[in-house]
Every structure is written in C-alpha cells, then in structure tokens.
Ligand binder design. Structure first.
Ligand SMILES: Nc1ncnc2c1ncn2[C@@H]1O[C@H](COP(=O)(O)OP(=O)(O)O)[C@@H](O)[C@H]1O
Ligand SMILES: [Mg+2]
Length: 249
C-alpha cells in the first residue's frame, strides 16, 4: 500500500515477515519432499544394480561398477542435503519450558565424550552453579548444541580442546563454546550464518543457519569470534524469563 494512513508497526512488519517466511519454508519443504521420493527410488535401484556387479570380471563390468558407486554416493549426498534442509526449514511446534542450561550442556558433552576421546579432543566445562533457569525448547536447543560441537570437532582434525562455559550476564545467561581449531578469516566468519555456505567438501552449510534460527526463536543471540590457526568462539546469549529479569521495587 502506498502512503498508508497508519504506517505498520514493528510488530505488524514482524508478523508479515514471519508469515512470508512460513509460506516459503512450507513450499520449499514440500519441494524437498517431492524430490526425496524419486531419489529414494533411484537409490534403491542403484543398490539392486550394485548387487549385480559385486564381483565384476570384465573391464566393462568393472567400469559399470565404478559408475554405479559414484551415482550411489551422489544419491546419498543429495539425501543428506534434503534431510538437512527439511530439518532447517521445518516449521514445528515448540515446547518451551523452564530449563537448566547447564544440564542441557552436560547432556551434549557426555554424548560427545567418546567421540572426542577418539579424536584427541579434550573437553573442558566451566558451568556456573548459580546459573538461573532459562526457558528452552529442549529438543531444538539440543540439536543446536550438537551442531556447534560437531563443527568444533570438524575444525580440529588433529585434536585440540573444546571449552564450554556458562555464566550470568546483565541481559540473561551466556554460553560459550571455544575451540582451538582451524579458525576462520573475517570474510568466512561473515558468511557462516548464510544458508548453504560451507567450506567443507560435501558440507550442507545449513548447520549454523539452523542454530541461529533456534537461538533467535528463544529470544537469544549468537555471535562468533575467530582467528585463523588459533580457534573459534561461539557465544550464545539467552534472556531470562520476564518475571526474573528485574526485582519489583
Ligand atoms: N568451530 C568452527 N571452526 C572453524 N570454522 C567453522 C566452525 N564452525 C563453523 N565453521 C565454518 O562455518 C561453515 C558453515 O558451518 P555449517 O553451517 O555448520 O555448515 P557445514 O558444517 O555443513 O559446513 C563451515 O563450513 C566452516 O567453514
Ligand atoms: Mg556444520
């Protein structure tokens, strides 16, 4: 509308944006589903075809077997990409409940511990015992933490240290994940929250956009600081539930 009598309020603009986003996400999710079905048929037939070539004798059969393997690998890559995308775009109902952030962090760290040991990654936790409780959709928040921890692992192929810290700040609580991995230059760090941005071969580039979406759905923020060759720090800040932010005078 041109020159509306009442310019839209920030809330109206926000609601409109959410509506538009939801529509696009629903369409894109539908498209991804449409692609998934024929893709799984292709994958299945490739598997059957591969079985016919498990023991190739002639050069012609050997060439065919190699090509089948390539198609199978690319099928799997597309399937992963679609799964990641559906996970990113999915509009699911959230269940917010008062939660102990330290407990959520512990859960992820314990899940990751065996893998870290194998990868030569030392896990260090400093969890503030006085941390006030926050409101979390535990399932999605858990997914966000897993994404960050996996990225840290992938940034430390030679091993290193991952420190996880929680603490109270003026605006709520803060969670830091600090790794001693490859780090990023400024240009890369400026792009990591863009959908499909990845520096990894076969990377989906949807991990961090999903993390940011989840953190922001909690009214929180995520920031990154990084230095090539030294490591990376991700900081998530979450607000306190309104009734806890300020004591009533
Ligand atoms: N802890 C980290 N250390 C260094 N680089 C990172 C880290 N986390 C993310 N990145 C960079 O951000 C990019 C995007 O991450 P992400 O969205 O999770 O997608 P993906 O892991 O599929 O590449 C990665 O490809 C990598 O370049
Ligand atoms: Mg990732």
């Amino acid at each position: 509308m041109i020159n509306p009598a009442h310019p839209p309020t920030a809330e109206e603009v926000n609601r409109k944006l959410v509506e538009q986003y939801t529509e696009i996400a629903t369409l894109a999710g539908g498209l991804a589903h449409e692609i998934k079905n024929p893709l799984s048929t292709i994958g299945l037939n490739m598997e059957l075809l591969a079985e016919d070539f498990t023991d190739p004798q002639t050069p012609r059969d050997k060439r065919a077997a190699a090509k089948i393997a390539v198609v199978q690998q690319e099928c799997r890559r597309l399937q992963d990409l679609l799964d990641n995308f559906l996970n990113f775009a999915k509009v699911r109902t959230v269940r917010f409940e008062a939660s102990d952030l330290n407990e959520e962090v512990r859960r992820v760290v314990e899940f990751f511990r065996p893998k870290a040991q194998e990868a030569g990654i030392e896990l260090v936790c400093y969890l503030d015992p006085e941390l006030p409780s926050v409101v979390l959709d535990r399932e999605s928040f858990h997914g966000a933490l897993i994404n960050l921890v996996l990225n840290a692992e992938q940034a430390m192929p030679e091993g290193g240290q991952l420190m996880v810290r929680t603490g109270t700040i003026a605006s709520g609580v803060a969670l830091e994940l600090i790794d001693t991995g490859a780090g990023m230059d400024e240009k890369t760090a400026g792009q990591i929250f863009e959908a499909f941005f990845s520096t990894k071969p076969g990377g989906s580039g949807l991990g961090l956009p999903t993390v940011r979406k989840i953190v922001e759905a909690h009214g929180g923020r995520i920031a990154v600081e990084s230095e090539p060759g030294r490591g990376t720090k991700f900081t998530i800040t979450l607000p306190l539930p309104p009734r806890l932010t300020a004591p009533v005078a």
